[in-house]
Design a protein around this ligand. Sequence first.
Ligand SMILES: [Mn+2]
Length: 310
Amino acid sequence: MGTPTATQTTFLAIPDREAGVASYAILQLPYEGSVSYGQGTALAPSAIVNASAQVELYDPEVELDLEILNIHNPAPIEQLEGEDVEDYLNRADTIAKDLHDQGMLVLGLGGDHSITPALVRAARASRCAPDDHVTVLHIDAHADLRDSYDGSKHSHACAMKRVLDDGVDRVLSIGIRSGEKAEFELSDTDERIFTVTAQDLHKYPSAVEVALDKIKTISGKLYITFDIDALEVHLCPGTGTPEPGGLGWWDALRFVRAGFMETPNAQVIGADIVETVPMQGTSVNEFTAAKLATKFLAYHKARRLELDTH
Ligand SMILES: [Mn+2]
């Protein structure tokens, strides 16, 4: 643990590093324009940063003291009075791209899943050549492949459809257990999409290996988006649309670790964690998200150190 203060403004309570010096930016996106059921994802980013002050700075899995991380904590992107979703997302895109351009890997904290397409656009604009092959690793309970939802193309339920429309080459979805028939059909017929359902992970132990193998053979540029509702509900009862039957913590971490550390032919260009909703009387939701975000950083840093010494 760092040294927590009453309201924590730096991730892991590590002193903030300047934009030009830092390697990571923890970008808070308290946006919940399109959550269909539970409200409150806008409260999540600051709650997650607060909770992160309680996360131990030593990671025994990768044997890293996380105090070495250079983290910048830019101002949260608050939705402005009267600002519509498109303007908000364009602004988020511009801010995230600027952070990438200054050499920081952006880890977005939502907010609902509708922020992901903007963050992917920013990462691609800054870190990819036009002919780079880009994969989005999508860990989620929901397929998020609707073309529109509730009258909006920017809904959280459309996040993966939007990134494909934006020109991402491949979406690898893991943990999916909810969606309308057309979404599953699209996944079956569109060769850009590969889905490992939660049902398969539960029924066939080999499905875990299939998913891991799919991750490890990703080549090109890789963006990782983690919807917290991918996890089993006891880990995150506070989320926009809870779904029982999710991933256990350690299985989820295997997939995340594979994405960050076991992709010899791929380079991570950005990541996000979305759909957390803080609840009164428990800190489990924000703590789970804070711990997950910490693992993202630990895995990424461990991989960087590994590459430096080889
Ligand atoms: Mn989602």
